[in-house]
Design a protein around this ligand. Structure first.
Ligand code: TTP
Ligand code: MG
Length: 371
């Protein structure tokens, strides 16, 4: 044995114990809530978005599976959705109703008493590793519990990590249950298009497409040098591991919001200062109420203005003391507005509060303003 050649460690590398991660995603969520409260909608193509009027500005939030057959999907302009599906039932977004349904289905998940990561209005991860019951039994209990509590269906994926569990929950929608093990990566994951991998957006997709890479299998076949050369060290290694179904990320069971914001696109572009100011005042009220409800104070207020040529500017204002007071947030947003040249018509206005810190709830601390 040549002592100058480093010998491989004889012990096998320490492997973390196998995990059982469940990802749940509600089916056609906003549309399903609407169908539940209005059974007349059953069987009809239902499209949720904006003010529910497809002749006006706005985009599709979601469409039920009947409407998807016409090619309607999230983020499509409502006017295009109307062209594709003229007989569709168009409804306005009713966030409060969807948030109430969200709280109810998450209540069922919390009842399992296992670590949970709350990812969005209609999805969550659970760590089942310490449960004794089979995957099928847990999934069955969850589906039944959610159906009883909300009347809604969901799709579930169970896998050794978050990356695979999320892909799995999407494979057999609606009302699906897909269980994937490490040995299923080649048969179930590799044939899928690269966009199914978390972290691959339109830019990376286009870049990989240029390299002739369309499927996850083709991505997995690239050398790590090629990936790092093209995408940099960190993202290159991520793509390498993700394409092999590897992901060690833990569940994030506790997180703090970074900001609260409201944005609005005007039905018609506006020049009228009063209309802009009124919108800012409403948005200041709404973000102040978010702060109050969630028990936060904010140190920074940011105004966003998008003009009719889509040019977008932001102006920020820092406060000496953190606030949640509606009037102070409004004043800060107005002082930002004074720093924007309103030469063109305005298409969109938004107010954001950030630099948050936990504060007492139930009060509107005045805070010392810098104005
Ligand atoms: P998704 O889970 O992506 O979609 P979905 O639940 O409607 O349908 P699926 O059965 O395929 O899961 O998003 C959840 C909700 O979030 C969706 O009902 C509406 C909202 N949403 C938007 O408002 N805009 C969007 O672009 C997307 C993707 C979702
Ligand atoms: Mg969903």
């Amino acid at each position: 044995m040549n002592p100058s050649i480093p010998q491989e460690e004889s012990r096998p590398p320490a492997r973390s114990p196998a995990r059982r991660i469940l990802h749940i995603d509600m089916d056609a969520f906003f549309a399903a809530v609407e169908e539940k409260r209005n059974p007349d909608l059953k069987g009809k193509p239902v499209i949720i978005g904006g003010m529910g009027d497809p002749t006006r500005r706005g985009v599709v939030s979601t469409a039920n599976y009947e409407a998807r057959k016409f090619g309607v999907h999230s983020a499509l302009p409502l006017k295009t959705a109307l062209r594709l599906c003229p007989r569709g039932v168009f409804l306005p977004v009713d966030f409060e109703a969807y948030e109430a349904a969200s709280r109810m289905f998450k209540g069922v998940l919390l009842g399992l008493d296992v670590p949970m990561e709350d990812v969005g209005i209609d999805e969550a991860y659970l760590d089942l590793s310490l449960l004794e019951d089979s995957n099928e039994a847990v999934a069955g209990r969850i589906k039944m519990g959610i159906l009883e509590a909300t009347g809604l269906s969901c799709s579930i994926g169970i896998a050794p990590n978050k990356l695979l569990a999320k892909i799995a929950s999407d494979l057999e929608k609606p009302d699906g249950l897909t269980i994937i093990g490490d040995s299923d990566v080649e048969t179930r994951i590799w044939p899928l298009p690269i966009r199914k991998l978390y972290g691959i957006g339109p830019k990376t997709e286009a870049s990989l497409r240029e390299m002739g890479v369309l499927t996850i299998a083709q991505l997995a076949a690239l050398s790590v040098e090629t990936l790092v050369g093209r995408f940099g060290d960190s993202y290159g290694h991520y793509l390498r591991e993700a394409s092999r179904g590897m992901d060690e990320n833990p569940l994030v069971t506790h997180w703090e919001p970074k900001s609260f914001s409201r944005e609005m696109t005007f039905q018609a572009d506006v020049k009228d200062w009063q209309a802009i100011a009124r919108t800012i005042a409403e948005q200041a009220r709404d973000v102040a109420s978010d702060l109050e409800r969630r028990g936060y104070l904010a140190r920074t207020v940011t105004l966003k203005v998008r003009f009719d040529d889509f040019r977008t500017v932001t102006r920020s204002c820092s406060l000496v003391d953190p606030v949640r007071n509606e009037g102070l947030i409004r004043r800060a947003a107005f002082s930002c507005l004074q720093r924007v040249e309103l030469r063109r018509k305005v298409r969109l206005i938004g107010v954001r509060v950030s630099n948050l810190e936990k504060g007492r709830t139930g009060s509107t601390l005045p805070g010392r303003s810098v104005f």
